[in-house]
Design a binder for this molecule. Structure first.
Ligand SMILES: Nc1nonc1C(=O)NCc1ccc(Cl)cc1
Length: 252
């Protein structure tokens, strides 16, 4: 059952960045999932197709009107029900949301349908949240000009976990956050680039030694750059030994 992704956005053309390229483009082209964009402007009833207005109580900028968003969200829900998807998670992208992380990506990748609301301007009328069970999700603590790029970030990371999306399934498993560690260094040809060599173990053909080297590097990097990730991750005896080796080499 392929998942159906619906996005409410004033700038549907932006989503060619997701649908037109790479893993996500191929997944959509191959029908692993589908993507439908809903423009709130299509749900306006005035001659000027108004989607925004000034905030009550004053203040700078404009807000998105409730009605076009409410109608677009309802249309997306109706389309999903027609496709046999009764319960879809509804997500509003905003800096006020739950931080998107590997765990949430994995959760969302199991959903048969997602409805994403990408806002623009200074925000949306609060009553949209009273009419739809929207979960707020943030891709990080910074302010962007709209929810479209965050929506594409979320969908790109989710699509990579759909069966068949990645040619060599292992690369998803190898994804650093899959095993709770940062990624190891990577090398390809030439063996000598501007006098800079490739670690000999990677040329040795000794796959056990290569696996250990990569694991040691991933553990060492995680310890150096993201020690917080090691708080949540138990280390096997082998991993603890490799990290100790890495740290001893750092202190030498
Ligand atoms: N950081 C983030 N993580 O998710 N979203 C963001 C973000 O900055 N959105 C900008 C934004 C969101 C809603 C509206 Cl109405 C306008 C602009």
């Amino acid at each position: 059952m392929k998942p159906h992704y619906h996005v409410i956005t004033l700038f549907p053309e932006m989503f060619t960045a997701l649908s037109g390229f790479g893993v996500s483009g191929r997944a959509l082209r191959n029908g692993l999932c589908d993507l439908k964009l809903w423009d709130p402007r299509e749900f306006t009833q005035d001659a000027y197709r108004t989607v925004d207005d000034r905030p009550f109580g004053g203040g700078p900028g404009m807000l998105m009107l409730a009605e076009p968003l409410d109608l677009a969200l309802t249309a997306a829900k109706t389309a999903l029900r027609a496709a046999g998807v009764d319960q879809s998670r509804m997500v509003y992208l905003s800096p006020q949301g739950r931080r998107l992380d590997h765990a949430l990506v994995l959760e969302l990748a199991t959903e048969p349908g997602l409805i994403l609301l990408a806002g623009r301007y200074e925000g949306i009328d609060e009553r949209v949240f009273q009419r739809h069970p929207l979960e707020e999700v943030s891709i990080g603590d910074y302010v962007l000009s709209g929810g479209e790029l965050p929506a594409m970030v979320l969908l790109d990371s989710v699509i990579r976990h759909l069966p068949g999306a990645l040619g060599d399934a292992d690369s998803a498993k190898e994804d650093s956050f899959a095993d709770g560690l940062l990624d190891c260094p990577h090398y390809t040809r030439p063996e000598d680039y501007q006098g800079l060599k490739v670690p000999p173990v990677l040329l040795s053909g000794n796959h056990a030694a290569i696996r250990r080297w990569r694991l040691k590097q991933a553990l060492g990097r995680t310890w150096q750059r993201r020690p917080d990730l090691l708080q949540d991750r138990r280390l096997s005896p082998e991993e603890q030994d490799l990290l100790d080796e890495f740290r001893r080499a750092q202190e030498a």
